[in-house]
Ligand binder design. Structure first.
Ligand code: PBG
Ligand code: ZN
Length: 327
């Protein structure tokens, strides 16, 4: 069939037609809200490059968690900002660490909210790297032990799912081993399996105070030029026991999300990172773009590429748009 018999515009002529043939629908069920939690009481420090996002003390975190849950957002992912750092990330895996207490408080107040924890060492090390350092290199196998211990401490606090973001080789297997040995067979692992060494993380590092104090993350995070390697990384984590495979960042890596979705038969998550949020917020503030429409278009594109779970700083705003549309 060809023009003039076939005219694609026929099916675009009214809202009813467009609704009937719509292929991708964003739902609040797809959204995960990232939250930053800090020591102290009644703290709500706005993050300069991320308007609408804050470093929250646990009391305020509970209010935001409640608001998210009431909007229908199924899950939050927590990032801790501890008040003490050292070379071996001691505070990452203590029972009364900031994340561990935040998890307990959230699960106590809002038990049905899925609580995911980011598992990494960079917020807890004085050098700001995601692993521990031995003889000036980020030592893979030494780091595994600390990372798995951290994940276990989150599970003990009640986390439903742990999400390792360190990019050390073998950490999913080590975490699964630690969890299972301690009877946390039901704690899920969402692996940041395909995580690129990206400048889009800039605003996050201000928010979490997690910039490396020397060097960069190129020896552990992936080279943005590589695509085939993404499948190798994802395969490894599948074999090691990951339940969900994540690609990060999202917007500049839609091709990677698509490939991973085609090749891997696990649920796929995509992390629309801080820089993606900041760019849209900045453009909106300048009056140059329609922030709300760009938000919805971007999230729909990430889902269309193959991600069923989207971690996004827009979760709350998008949930409100979706709610209002359905009324
Ligand atoms: C920690 C971590 C980072 C992000 C999530 N977990 C930063 C990094 O790797 O430097 C980035 C999230 C964002 O930019 O929104 N390893
Ligand atoms: Zn890290």
């Amino acid at each position: 069939m060809n023009f003039p018999e076939y005219r694609p515009r026929r099916l675009r002529q009214s809202d009813g037609f467009r609704r009937m043939i719509r292929e991708t629908r964003l739902s609040v069920d797809n959204l995960v809200l990232p939250l930053f939690v800090i020591e102290g009481k009644n703290i709500k420090n706005e993050i300069a490059a991320m308007p609408g996002h804050y470093q929250l003390s646990i009391d305020n975190l509970l209010n935001t968690g409640k608001e998210a849950f009431e909007l229908g957002i199924p899950a939050v992912i927590l990032f801790g900002i501890p008040d003490k750092k050292d070379s071996i990330a001691s505070n990452a895996h203590i029972k009364d660490g900031i994340v561990q207490r935040a998890v307990r408080a959230l699960k106590d107040k809002i038990p049905e909210l899925v609580v995911i924890t980011d598992v990494c060492l960079c917020q807890y090390t004085d050098h700001g790297h995601c692993g521990v350092i031995k003889e000036n290199i980020i030592d893979n196998d030494e780091s595994l032990f600390v990372i798995a211990k951290t994940a276990l401490s989150h599970a003990e606090a009640g986390a439903d799912m742990v999400a390792p973001s360190d990019m050390m080789d073998g950490r999913v297997g080590k975490i699964r081993e630690f969890l299972d040995k301690n009877s946390f067979t039901n704690t899920a692992i969402m692996s940041y399996a395909v995580k690129y060494c990206s400048a889009y993380y800039g605003p996050f590092r201000q928010a979490a105070d997690s910039s490396p104090k020397f060097g960069d993350r190129k020896t552990y995070q992936m080279d943005p030029s590589n695509a085939i390697e993404a499948i190798r990384e994802a395969d490894l984590d599948v074999y090691e026991g990951a339940d969900i495979i994540m690609v990060k960042p999202a917007l500049a890596y839609l091709d990677i999300i698509y490939r991973v979705h085609q090749e891997i038969n696990l649920p796929i998550a995509a992390y629309s990172v801080s820089g993606e949020y900041s760019m849209i917020k900045a453009g909106e503030k300048m009056g140059w773009i329609d922030g709300k429409r760009i938000m919805m278009e971007t999230l729909t594109a990430i889902k269309r590429a193959g991600a069923n779970i989207i971690l996004t700083y827009f979760a709350m705003e998008a949930a409100k748009v979706l709610r209002d549309e359905s009324q």
